[in-house]
Design a binder for this molecule. Structure first.
Ligand SMILES: Nc1ncnc2c1ncn2[C@@H]1O[C@H](COP(=O)(O)OP(=O)(O)OP(=O)(O)O)[C@@H](O)[C@H]1O
Length: 492
């Protein structure tokens, strides 16, 4: 808060007459304003839709008799009074398209010398261009690690007081993780999250961390652009990809341990045919490293508020930063970044934002990008050094196909020893993992319809009825393999 007051003070000294503060924490902004007004011995007013203008400092009052709940009336009155005071408007954002209000704000903002200062406060404020040139934007500072730790300690002390002196059970390592996971939340949010962590069992343990991450993600509210993936997988769910698994295992410690963020593993690109298990592998990274998995949806990025695509991407990446350490998964990355003619400019700028974020990384976010179509991948993204490695996920070998059959039979509670996996693997040459899974599912249905136990025959029948994508898209698969030969390493 001290820094915020300092920055605001500087802004006021520089004679800026229109200040914009985007924040979800209205109360904190008002507290900051109160402290600022005291520091400057200045009168200050608040305005909101229900109360209109209210004086909250020293000095002269405006004509209290008038109803100022209408924003135009309020601004006109401020203009008339022409008092050198601070006016903090809390609910003005829905009105910022009114030409009359814009004119009034503009007039106030251009007033020279000792005149009113208007501060707009809301969670989101879109100023029309003619006003944004006259305004200064200020972001309130987020709590530091020390402040977050203090908040957790205070909440623990409160719990102890409410529970006859019983102490909160925890350990230093978990506390450090909690503080790290609280980064990016506001003071009030951090306090609420900390209280909830302790409330159920008087303890802060490793088991609390997933719930904390989820609750924090809910607070950050990305409205569909970024989603929190609940079901992360484990390597036990993924057949094959031995090389990729080994690569990850070797880097787990380097990613999670303290040290310079710049040296931590950055991310990988997984390229392969549809259904080869790329998505599954992305989920497994998070599952195995025990980190939250965030999924960035480029389609939603484009759809939400036309014209704000880049801002949405920057916000989503910032949010991923706030969720560190985490895995950020961008599925079918080529779809979001490939110029398709109509919006070349946007996709170029998106790529620029993504590359900048990757180059200037400030947080432990491991990027897993997946792609089916390498011809659409922008060359800048796959240039050496951007990502740690590119893996090609080919169709599974016979041994891996056996593994995949095993995984999916077990998942459906079928008795693996009753199946001849070698024969099934032979019969599924050219099948992807997804197609193998589909054959197992079809076999289960076919057997149920005939009131039989599921056996090899049902699976073989399902396989015989399927034309695998590798046959239908043989040329594309070959092109993908040729591409991967020189640029990527084999995931298996
Ligand atoms: N290697 C594998 N081991 C186990 N199951 C697999 C494997 N590959 C695919 N599957 C099964 O197929 C499903 C679909 O695969 P997944 O979505 O991971 O493929 P993908 O390569 O991401 O495909 P797409 O490009 O179509 O998104 C998985 O949920 C999983 O059940």
């Amino acid at each position: 808060m001290k820094n915020d007051i300092h920055d605001l003070n500087l802004l006021l000294d520089s004679k800026i007459k229109l200040i914009v503060i985007e924040s979800w924490e209205e109360r904190r902004v008002l507290e900051t304003m109160a402290a600022l007004a005291i520091k400057r011995a200045q009168t200050w007013y608040t305005w909101n839709l229900l109360d209109g203008l209210r004086r909250l400092g020293f000095g002269a009052d405006v004509e209290a008799s008038e109803d100022t709940t209408d924003p135009e009336t309020a601004l006109k009155q401020i203009r008339r009074a022409n008092e050198q005071a601070l006016y903090v408007f809390c609910d003005l954002h829905p009105y910022l398209e009114s030409p009359r209000l814009i004119r009034l704000l503009k007039t106030l903002a251009m007033e020279p010398g000792a005149s009113p200062t208007v501060v707009l406060v809301s969670h989101a404020i879109a100023l029309p261009p003619e006003l944004s040139r006259l305004a200064a934007r200020l972001n309130l500072s987020m709590p530091s690690d020390e402040q977050l730790a203090a908040i957790v300690r205070e909440e623990a002390a409160n719990w102890t007081q409410e529970n006859q002196g019983q102490r909160v059970r925890t350990d230093n390592r978990t506390l450090e993780q909690v503080v790290r996971n609280l980064r990016g939340t506001t003071h009030a949010e951090a306090r609420r999250l900390a209280r909830n962590l302790i409330a159920d069992d008087g303890a802060i343990t490793q088991e609390d961390l997933p719930a904390l991450n989820k609750a924090k993600f809910g607070l950050l509210d990305m409205q569909g652009v970024l989603s929190f993936e609940q079901d992360t997988a484990h390597f036990a769910d993924v057949g094959g990809l031995q090389h990729f698994k080994g690569w990850l295992a070797n880097r787990q410690a380097a990613f999670l341990q303290a040290g310079d963020v710049k040296d931590a593993p950055k991310g990988v690109l997984l390229v392969g045919v549809q259904g080869a298990g790329k998505s599954l592998a992305a989920k497994a990274v998070a599952g195995v490293w025990g980190l939250p998995l965030l999924r960035l949806d480029f389609a939603a990025l484009y759809n939400k508020y036309i014209g704000e695509t880049e801002k949405n991407l920057r916000e989503a990446l910032h949010m991923a930063d706030c969720m560190e350490p985490c895995v950020l998964w961008i599925d079918e990355i080529e779809k979001g970044l490939a110029p398709d003619g109509s919006d070349q400019g946007v996709s170029r700028r998106l790529l620029g934002s993504l590359l900048t974020w990757m180059a200037e990384r400030k947080s432990r976010v491991f990027l897993v990008a997946t792609s089916n179509d390498v011809s659409q991948l922008p060359p800048e993204l796959i240039r050496k050094g951007r990502l740690d490695e590119m893996f090609f996920v080919d169709l599974p070998s016979p041994a891996v196909r056996e593994d995949i059959f095993r995984i999916h039979l077990v998942r459906r509670e079928l008795q693996v020893p009753l199946f001849n996996l070698t024969q099934l693997a032979q019969a599924s040459d050219g099948f992807s993992g997804a197609e193998i899974e589909q054959a197992v599912v079809s076999a289960v249905y076919a057997a149920a319809a005939r009131q039989q136990e599921v056996g090899d025959a049902h699976v073989l029948e399902a396989l015989a009825q399927t034309s695998p994508l590798s046959v239908i898209m043989a040329e594309r698969l070959q092109a993908l393999r040729d591409w991967a030969k020189t640029r990527a390493v084999m995931a298996d």
